[in-house]
Design a protein around this ligand. Structure first.
Ligand code: ZN
Length: 224
């Protein structure tokens, strides 16, 4: 199993006050938000194909995959029903904040309290206990936020602490799913760099469906 170390939580650099939605739409401003120190977090709109192929592969034993890749879609809905969407990805280096934490420290502070947000995460593996706790706290205090979390693999799911954390996520209203083959394809098409001349078709790996079913069953058992 991959080992993930918990490091001291980095200090939050921004206030929790909602800022203009424009910050999410303006790449320059979003970049400023995202690049605030001290997070050593890699961000961007699309990740290299080899990262995707290695990190998102839903293998049963995630040896060597000690990072979390988090691809996100933020849909902001106004009272009039208009929806504006933005997306990007975050990758953690495990020396500072985890990708999930980075999302809350960099993206959520720019939320406009007058809008409703539907956030979808495609993460290479499900959150550690500390990040799950952070998700629960954020959902509890951010009433205009709904989170759908799709995970390629379950992180250390045999651990009672992790199982309890996943149940708490569900209780807090976080929708939890295991990524299906079509979800991996969606990430491939929308979040992975496509080189010119290279085939853009997603090539599912041999055991993708089998591994999805494996993790889907584990998650259902944990959440029931
Ligand atoms: Zn974490």
């Amino acid at each position: 199993m991959a080992q993930r170390e918990e490091t001291a939580a980095a200090t939050a650099p921004t206030s929790q006050d909602g800022e203009d939605l424009e910050n999410l739409e303006d790449p320059k401003k979003l970049k400023e938000l995202v690049e605030l120190p001290p997070f050593e977090i890699v961000t961007g709109e699309r990740l290299p194909a080899n990262f995707f192929k290695f990190q998102f592969r839903n293998v049963e034993y995630s040896s060597g995959r000690n990072k979390t890749f988090l691809c996100y879609v933020v849909e902001a809905q106004s009272k009039g029903g208009q929806v504006q969407a933005s997306r990007g990805y975050l990758e953690d280096e495990h020396i500072s904040a985890h990708a999930e934490e980075a999302f809350f420290n960099t993206i959520v502070p720019a939320f406009d309290p007058a809008l409703r947000y539907l956030v979808t995460w495609y993460v290479s593996s499900s959150p550690c206990a500390a990040c799950a706790d952070r998700i629960v706290r954020t959902l509890n205090k951010t009433k205009n936020l709904r989170l759908l979390l799709l995970a390629g693999r379950l992180f250390m799911w045999e651990e009672p602490e992790i199982q309890a954390a996943l149940r708490k996520l569900k209780e807090a209203g976080c929708k939890l799913r295991i990524m299906k083959p079509q979800d991996f394809e969606y990430v491939w098409q929308n979040f992975v760099e496509q080189e010119e001349g290279e085939s853009k078709a997603f090539e599912p790996w041999e055991d993708i469906q089998e591994n999805f079913l494996y993790y889907d069953e584990k998650l259902a058992d944990i959440l029931k």
